[in-house]
Design a protein. Sequence first.
Length: 385
Amino acid sequence: MREDHRGPMPGHPPRDRQEALRKLLWIGIWLAFLGAPVSDLLKEEHTAWATALGWLALTAFVGVYLALVFRHTARPFARATVASMVAFLSCIAVVTSLTLDAPWLVLFVYVSVGCGAVLPLRAARWAIPGTTAVMALIGLTTEGDWGDFVPALAIPALLGGFAMTGVRQLVRTTVELRQARATVAQLAANEERLRLARDLHDLLGHSLSLITLKSELAGRMLPDHPDQAAQQVADIEQVSRQALVDVRAAVTGYRRATLDGELAGARTALTAAGVAADLPRTAELPPGLPPGAGEALAWVVREAVTNVVRHSGARSCEITLRECQTLDGRFLELKVADDGRGDAAVTAGNGLTGLAERLAEVDGKLEPAAHKGKGFTLTARVPFL
């Protein structure tokens, strides 16, 4: 599954000028259908006064439509403002269609799309067919050919309006999903903090209490019973050393890398960097691998993805995990491949030496391969016992 978030995030305002221009261009493409009223004005079949008012009405219509659709999808207007803008667009569409010619009926398509984009779903269900019906009724009174305009515009008006309501629902679902993911991540972080606090309390609570108690006891014994006080001090030293061992063991457990955790982190890092990620959701290691193989492979994923994000300039990255049989025996193979510049230097300074040493501890091998202009591939193999 590939993900690419190079464009504007759905439901969010543009993050920079480039995204704003891209979004404006995407919306502006659909203004090409306004060629009919523009052509009508350029024919010079209307009076100069009517032509001037037509250009003014068309300019005002386009400006309000762009403001409504462009901004409202990211930072909604107040409900009264939305209603006023939709009413303004509807009035321009009605007046121009009645006073000028049939080509101006195309404005109703934009009114319908605007209703689908900004009105509440319940209101849009009525406003879209209502707008189409008004267009059809006005079409009967225009001087143009009914067969050329109204039937050709009724379907786009209905489909465009209802399609926009579907897009709104999709954007809303996407935003809610992103918020849910953020909530899950926050809950996971809170749970991890609670687990850390609980473990530290279990590890150190008893030891520190015992150290405090024996310290007080040694202090009382010191003047009259120095031998017994020395014994209490020795006990304190023993308890503190054991507490230190327990803390180190706990910290080592917290710092241990897991393949599932690194794959999840890799997906997040690649997506945030705008790199399309194609990698397993989970990695269930088969039996028969040497102890520590999963942690060694996890470090390979971390280092490789870090290099992809920072140095490769890649647009996509693929991570695969599979069993393979070679002349040297049966292996579990992890491969990280990108389509970047492929000019990464295979040197001790880029972390590859450290990965090779970790894999050597489980009798594994690391095979980097740079393909200039065609990407970089890092392959790690761990033998089965």
